[in-house]
Design a protein around this ligand. Structure first.
Ligand code: NAP
Length: 477
């Protein structure tokens, strides 16, 4: 092992240009240090922003602020973006070792965790992450999604369950103000859905939702939220959580307020002064999934065992079985990371084995020059901003290791460009993204004003979905 040459910048590759990768690059660029750095930020998509472009629901209110902040970082010009480059296929670990002193893996987690109950193989049983990829216009998934169910179950009480249930129940014209691709709007517009049911296995005080995301549910026009009073039982541990944890308190307050509003709504409907909404979004608690039932290979129902709180905030089965008629089931029970070529993988946690972001061998020894950050480092938990803390730790450790990093043999910034050209990799650049971004905005403008239930709105952007088209527009700049 030798020190990276002191008279040249530290060469760093970051694999993954989502929030985790961009935060790591930004933190290193701004860190106090006595040497220069030169960073290449790779992504397998032709575009930057990873999960923000391909994982966050298009109607999410915080998205714009985050995109703005990430844009500002990459627009400074001191971090080079190289998109449409697939690690493990277009470039290998040996290439990286040859041209960089260190690499940070920031590839996130985009697969659905498995739900091991009978019936998952039926037509109509889906992973939430796959549906998210579809509605976010992911370039590598089919353009159509089967939306023929009138009643739908969504399993899980996290923010992904909220996103998916909201997207499934919202009237599609109200999504036109967002950047949803045209094929997604057309697919949702043809959906006959009337009822979407979200099922949590624990109680209202144990949900993994966050307050803003929960409240967003009630913003959909002509969609009634339906709750069940029998689900609102609290054990001692729940009472304590509500008392001591502000987030849990806010969440339980929101839900109980909805329960009160629901009673008022029902009274108004009985009195004939209110018309029920045409769609309903049901929130059920204390329901553990047991089996998805089918007919002729297709989902026709879902079976749960009712749960009760056991005093500690956990639950135990009551033995009572309940069935619901549904024609589709989406599991939103967490994401899972994907294994990367030539890097270790923990199959239980779906992460790269690491200590503080330093990648480890099977025997627990550190692998010099290899780092991880974000969800592939610690698992798919936390809001986007929490990956900043991860990046700080990983970058801190990288800076500490600086003098022991294995020096690149070809640290010249041009080396990777020549390699990609030689391998005919149609890579994209930051300037290319700026061009594609402008193109998508122009498509939005050209679409003009659209009618929604809140009146006419203009479309801000229309996403380009096909990979080749994205590359073509990016390379035209
Ligand atoms: P999550 O927050 O970990 O929630 C997973 C949910 O699935 C939990 O309610 C969990 O219940 C339940 N679950 C797990 N295994 C289950 C099983 N076998 N049967 C029934 N239920 C099961 O995961 P996520 O919703 O995928 O979100 C991942 C991260 O992304 C979170 O940090 C989330 O906040 C973030 N995110 C944020 C936004 C946003 O808009 N801000 C949007 C999407 C995602 P238990 O609690 O009982 O285990």
């Amino acid at each position: 092992m030798s020190n990276p040459a002191a008279d040249r910048p530290l060469r760093l590759a970051i694999i993954g240009a989502g929030p985790a990768g961009v935060y790591a690059a930004d933190i290193l660029t701004k860190a106090e240090r006595e040497f220069e750095v030169s960073i290449d930020l790779f992504d397998r998509y032709p575009t930057p922003y990873g999960l923000i472009r391909y994982g966050v629901a298009p109607d999410h209110p915080r998205i714009k602020g985050i995109v703005k902040a990430l844009h500002k970082v990459l627009d400074r010009g001191d971090i080079r973006f190289l998109g449409n480059v697939n690690y493990g296929q277009d470039i290998t670990l040996a290439d990286i070792r040859d041209m960089y002193d260190a690499v940070i893996f920031a590839t996130g987690a985009i697969q659905d965790a498995d739900l091991n109950i009978p019936g998952m193989e039926l037509d109509g049983a889906y992973g939430a992450a796959d549906f998210v990829s579809w509605y976010d216009g992911h370039p590598d998934v089919p353009r159509t999604w089967p939306l023929n169910a009138r009643q739908i179950a969504v399993i899980g009480n996290g923010n992904v369950a909220l996103d998916v249930a909201r997207m499934l129940s919202k009237h599609p014209e109200d999504l036109l103000v967002t950047e949803i691709p045209d094929n997604v709007h057309a697919g949702l517009a043809a959906s006959p859905v009337t009822d979407v049911h979200i099922f949590g296995r624990r109680g209202p005080a144990q949900v993994k939702f966050t307050p803003l995301e929960l409240r967003e549910l009630s913003h959909s026009k002509d969609v009634d939220i339906v709750l069940y009073p029998e689900d609102f039982e609290f054990d001692a541990a729940s009472d304590e959580t509500i008392k001591t944890n502000n987030q849990a308190k806010t969440m339980v307050n929101t839900l109980t307020n909805w329960l009160i509003e629901q009673e008022d709504r029902e009274e108004a409907e009985e009195a004939g002064t209110r018309t029920p909404a045409s769609r309903r979004l049901h929130l059920h608690f204390l329901h553990a999934p047991v089996e998805i039932t089918g007919n002729n290979g297709a989902v026709e129902g879902i079976r749960f065992e009712r749960q009760e709180l056991d005093g500690t905030g956990n639950v135990r089965g009551t033995g009572d079985i309940v069935d619901y008629d549904v024609q589709a089931v989406y599991r939103a029970i967490g994401y899972f990371g994907s294994e990367l070529a030539e890097v270790g993988f923990d199959p239980n946690r779906g992460v790269i084995p690491n200590e503080g972001g330093r990648v480890l061998h099977d025997d627990g020894e550190k692998i010099s020059g290899l780092y991880a950050t974000g969800w592939i480092k610690r698992g798919p938990v936390g809001l986007i901003g929490s990956t900043k803390g991860d990046a700080l730790e990983t970058i801190g450790n990288l800076l500490e290791d600086r003098l022991e990093l294995p020096a690149a043999i070809h640290p010249d910034e041009q080396a990777i460009i020549e390699l990609l050209a030689e391998r005919e990799v149609a890579y994209t650049t930051w300037e290319g993204w700026v061009a594609l971004d402008a193109h998508e905005h122009a498509l939005g403008e050209a679409a003009g004003t659209v009618e929604t239930s809140r009146g006419p709105v203009s479309r801000e952007r229309v996403k380009v979905v096909e990979r080749d088209e994205m590359v073509r527009i990016s390379q035209q700049q």
